[in-house]
Ligand binder design. Structure first.
Ligand code: NAD
Ligand code: AHE
Ligand code: ZN
Length: 379
């Protein structure tokens, strides 16, 4: 259907706090610098539900959510050179323009390419228009430059990470967000050294990926913290040395970690909850003199972090990460290769599988059940 609109099924978020509606939509052809892809599988991330619940200040409705997928290129727009029809790609909400003029893509310090962030945050493609229309011809917004809760979607070329075609897209979709973010927070953003002590708050797919990476780098101690005890076994299986149910403590969790479990706190802490009180606790149990706390969680609109400046004066560092600091088009293919070579197992993150885009609401319900890490919907 090169150059022609495609009609397909999509799950449309019509309004905040409303279930998605399965609709037949039209997906326009890719314009210059764009790529239209067939979505093979989409995994649900907490950030999708965060936006659907109306907590995202950039949330726009109606929109098509979804940003953790595995896709096959259907057609490309004018000027696209890095992918072609048939290629397997992972959509990247943190694109990589790789231009020599881009100070972010040229810097080793960050992955935050701003090239299309402005339009992406407004739910439109770089030319300020959308590629989706509903059955009445009304526009539907894009989401995080991905919108993968649709059988077809349109991406910017710079948002397409081309991966080995032999890798199963129903699993590789996980490298589109949560698992990469947790791994990268340890390996890139914090560069955790061997024999470090680590504390991870929130044991969803992101937090468990932090545990897995901490084990990979040889952390001596990995303290896994959650309020849902059913999460602890997976953390122990991945290398956690201590499990703490912060809901059952008779003192603030940071006091317990910095005073009972350790003498001065831990070298690295990670928030993977999005709860600003937990972010504070994670900072305040980082080690005196050098402890680094990394915010991964996405906090709801209007929620802010706070702590006493004394916590920083006495040597703690508060930082954050987007997509684990990975430069997407360069690094995602490498993660897939590591998996194919048997050096990066990720099957354990998939706890639920559904078939058909129309099952996406079921996948969202599974996420709320509390025993879900990643629900993958095969289209
Ligand atoms: P999830 O909901 O699957 O996991 C969150 C975990 O935190 C759950 O196990 C929950 O029980 C636990 N939790 C909740 N409140 C807690 C508390 N008070 N104390 C301790 N544990 C608590 O979410 P996820 O998909 O793993 O994502 C985690 C967070 O990371 C979300 O906020 C998500 O939006 C964010 N995220 C950020 C990036 C990024 O690039 N920065 C990427 C992916 C996800
Ligand atoms: N629109 C949201 C952005 C929240 C946020 O921090 N998003 C993360 C990715 S979460 C993926 O599950 C991120 O990488 N942000 C960097 C960016 O450029 O948005 C809000 O709260 O405003
Ligand atoms: Zn995500």
């Amino acid at each position: 259907m090169v150059g022609k609109p495609i009609k397909c099924k999509a799950m449309v978020a019509r309004a905040a706090k409303e279930p998605l509606t399965m609709e037949e939509i039209t997906v326009d052809p890719p314009k210059a610098g764009e790529v239209r892809v067939k979505v093979v599988a989409n995994a649900l991330c907490h950030t999708d539900t965060y936006t659907l619940e109306g907590k995202d200040p950039e949330g726009l409705f109606p929109c098509i959510l979804g940003h953790e997928a595995g896709c096959i290129v259907e057609s490309v727009g004018e000027g696209v050179t890095t992918v072609k029809p048939g290629d397997h790609v992972i959509p990247c909400y943190t694109p990589q323009c790789a231009e020599s003029s881009c100070i972010f893509c040229q810097s080793p310090k960050t992955n935050l390419c701003p090239s299309i962030r402005g339009t992406q945050g407004k739910g439109v493609m770089p030319d300020n228009t959308v590629r989706f229309k509903d059955k009445n011809g009304n526009p539907i917004y894009h989401f995080m430059g991905c919108s993968t809760m649709s059988e077809y979607t349109v991406l910017s070329e710079i948002s397409c990470a081309k991966i080995a075609p032999e890798a199963p897209l129903e699993k590789m979709c996980l490298f589109g967000c949560g698992v990469s973010t947790g791994l990268g927070a340890v390996l890139n953003t914090c560069k955790v050294e061997p024999n470090s002590s680590v504390a991870v708050f929130g044991l969803g797919a992101v937090g468990l990926a932090v545990v897995q990476a901490a084990k990979m780098v040889g952390a001596s101690r990995i303290i896994a913290v959650d309020i849902n005890a059913s999460k602890f076994q997976a953390a122990v299986d991945l290398g956690a040395t201590d499990c703490v149910n912060s809901a059952e403590l008779d003192k603030p969790v940071q006091q317990y970690i910095a005073g009972d479990l350790t003498q001065w706190g831990v070298d690295y802490t990670f928030d993977c909850t999005g709860n600003t009180s937990v972010m504070r606790a994670a900072l305040e149990c980082a080690h005196r003199g050098w402890g680094t706390s990394c915010v991964i969680g996405v906090a709801a609109s209007g929620h802010e972090i706070s702590t006493r400046p004394f916590q920083l004066v006495t040597g703690r560092i508060w930082k954050g990460t987007a997509f684990g600091g990975y430069k997407s088009r360069t690094d995602v293919p490498k993660l897939v290769r590591q998996h194919l070579d048997g050096n990066l197992p990720i099957d354990h993150f998939i706890t639920h599988v559904f078939h058909g885009v129309e099952k996406t609401n079921d996948a969202i319900n599974a996420m709320h059940a509390g025993n879900c890490l990643r629900a993958v919907v095969h289209y």
